[in-house]
Design a binder for this molecule. Sequence first.
Ligand SMILES: Nc1nc2c(c(=O)[nH]1)N[C@H]1C(S)=C(S)[C@@H](COP(=O)(O)O)O[C@H]1N2
Ligand SMILES: [Mo]
Length: 374
Amino acid sequence: MTRFGKHPGLLVRQQEPFNAGPAPALLARDFLTPNDLFFVRNHGGVPAVDPDSYRLSIEGLVDRPLVLSMAELKSRPKRTVTATLQCAGNRRRELMDVAPIPNELGWGFEAVGNASWGGVPLCDLLALAGPLAEGRHVAFAGLDTTERHGARFNFGGSVPLAKAAAPEVLLAYEMNGEPLPPVHGAPVRALVPGYIGARSVKWLARIVVQAEPSDNYFQSRAYRLFPPHSTAENVQWEQGMMLGEMSLNSVILIPAETDVMPAGRVVVRGFALAGPGRSVERVDLSIDGGGSWAVADLARETPGAAQTPETAAAAGWTWRLWESRVELGPGLHQLACRAWDSSAQTQPESPAQLWNFKGYMNNAWHRVRVRCRA
Ligand SMILES: Nc1nc2c(c(=O)[nH]1)N[C@H]1C(S)=C(S)[C@@H](COP(=O)(O)O)O[C@H]1N2
Ligand SMILES: [Mo]
C-alpha cells in the first residue's frame, strides 16, 4: 500500500504534496478506473475535514446566499455522472523532451482517470440561490492551502456560469459508488466534466458567483496556455489563454514504450477523449510511425455505467477505450495513434508544435516504440 490507500502500482511523481498516477498497463484494464488506481494531483496537503462541522457556502452575486451542511446536501436529489478527469499537465513529459519545463511535474500519460461520480447537481443549488444578471462566472475555493511567490492561499478556480449551470456539473460526494476518498476531496468536490481537472476543485468550501473569472493564482496565472516564446522570465500572465474545455486526445496504453515481445499478433489498447460537445468518432493506429494508418475498434459504451442517452451522445467528457490487433515482424516498430472527433478535427502531429513553458494541453499523436523478437 502506498499512501492514501493507493495501489502499490502507482508511479509517485512527488511525495509532498502527494502526486501519483497508475502505471499504463493498470490504467488500461477498466472503463471505470478503480479508486485505488485513480491519479492524484495535489498542490498542497490533504486537509482533514470534519464532515459534521463542514459547511459549503454559495455567495456573491446571488439573491439568496446559502450555507449547507453535509446532511442538507445529501438530502437533495442525487445524480450520477460518468466522467473522465484529466490534468491539463497530462503528457507533459513529451513536451519536456522538446525543451525544458522547470518546476513542473513530468507526467507521462497517467494523470487521467474515468469514474462514476455521485452528488448534487450544482444547477439545483444555483437555482435556489438565484444568480443576479451580472453573474457570469462561478468560482470554487478549496480548504487546502498552497504557497506561490511568498503568499499562502486556498486552491481555487472558476468556470463560466453557463457551464456551472449545466446538468452534468456536480458537487460530488461519491466516487465509483463509494464515499469520496479524502485524497480526492472529501467530503465534497466540484466535478466539471469536459473541463481540465484543475476546475474540479477538491475539499470545496466556497462557491462564489461573480462578474469576472476567479483571481486565484490557479486561474489568473497557472493553467493558462502561453505562446511558445513565453518563459518564466518574460511571461506576461494576462497573455495566456485561460484553460477550460479539454481538447481531443488519444493515448496508447499498451504496449508500453520499450516493451519487448514476440513477433506476430500484438494487441494495442488505448483511450481517446473528445472534449465537451464533441465525441470521438474514430481512432487511427499506425505501426510505421505515422506513415500509414488503420482504423482501430472503439469499445462500446460500457453497460452499467449510469449515463442517460443524451449525455452518452454528448459524451465528450467520457473516454472511449479502443483496441487494435496488428501483425508486427521482428525488429523495432514505432506505433502512433490519433483520434478524430465529430467536428472532423484530429490531433497535431508533433509536441514541438505545442510546447509552452507551463507544459499544458499536449495532445500530439501519441507514439510508442516497441521491439519484437524473431
Ligand atoms: N482543492 C484542490 N482542488 C484541486 C486540486 C488541488 O490541488 N486542490 N488539484 C486540481 C487538479 S490540477 C486536478 S488535475 C484535479 C485532480 O483530481 P484528483 O486528484 O482527484 O485526481 O484536482 C483539481 N482540484
Ligand atoms: Mo491538473
